[in-house]
Design a protein around this ligand. Structure first.
Ligand SMILES: CC(C)(COP(=O)(O)OP(=O)(O)OC[C@H]1O[C@@H](n2cnc3c(N)ncnc32)[C@H](O)[C@@H]1OP(=O)(O)O)[C@@H](O)C(=O)NCCC(=O)NCCS
Length: 205
């Protein structure tokens, strides 16, 4: 554990960060798009990496009160990116990244709540194992446009190949009746996305 360092992300890390991120994406169905540059966010972020022998082997990026969700009343950190390279898993590094993020959120902003969303089964099990609480679930999927819709879009010169979106659990039956779901693509096929809230105990009163 001693040769691992958790530190803040620096601009010079970008390519190394992207390489590690791409490698983590191979193992997880949480992502369905490729990232070619480090994403930027509207609000302040806490951006940490795990480094070993000058290589980034893990990362976590948390945005304060992200605009991506609108149903959480108090302040929180929204975790956009989280992963440990497969050669370094099972050493407690993921947990350490989460603990450090919460420590910094408390010190800098007096916030101790993080929000997580994932459509990856393993990640969901991991979040549950850490004691996170489920706050929401929905389906995410891609569909082929109907002939009628395709033609309508073509009138505006847009040849639509597929469309991506989400729906409430109760509405999924209706979506299946009305659209042709893409099921044969690992990245695009329908997946249950679960949201979690995490408030670790601090030992403080
Ligand atoms: C999820 C991930 C970050 C975990 O990292 P890690 O460093 O291996 O996890 P840790 O070593 O901190 O594990 C902490 C605890 O969770 C347990 N654990 C690890 N993976 C688990 C899983 N998939 N399900 C349930 N428990 C798990 C560990 O055994 C450990 O338990 P312990 O505290 O009782 O010893 C890593 O597996 C990963 O990068 N996965 C792919 C990327 C991904 O899915 N990211 C989330 C995107 S939303």
């Amino acid at each position: 554990m001693n040769d691992y360092e958790i530190r803040c992300y620096k601009k010079k890390d970008e390519l190394n960060w992207l390489d590690t991120h791409a490698s983590v994406m191979v193992d997880s169905t949480a992502w369905w798009t490729v990232i070619h540059s480090k994403p930027e966010y509207d609000n302040e972020i806490i951006d940490l990496v795990v480094e070993q022998s000058d290589e980034i082997v893990g990362f976590i990026t948390t945005e304060l009160n992200s605009n991506v969700i609108d149903f959480i009343e108090d302040d929180y950190g929204f975790v956009w990116e989280f992963g440990i390279h497969r050669d370094h898993r099972g050493k407690g590094l993921g947990k350490k990244l989460i603990e450090r993020t919460h420590q910094l959120m408390r010190e800098r902003y007096d916030i101790n709540k993080s929000i997580w969303f994932s459509q990856d089964d393993n990640a969901q099990q991991y979040y549950e194992k850490l004691g996170m609480n489920e706050i929401e679930r929905h389906w995410q999927f891609s569909v082929k446009p109907s002939k009628k819709l395709k033609n309508k879009l073509l009138e505006k010169s847009f040849e639509c190949w597929n469309m991506r979106g989400s729906c409430d659990i109760e509405q999924f039956k209706k979506v299946k009746e009305n659209f042709e779901l893409i099921k044969d693509d690992e990245a695009l096929k329908p997946r249950l996305c679960i949201g979690y809230s995490y408030i670790p105990e601090t030992g403080e009163k």
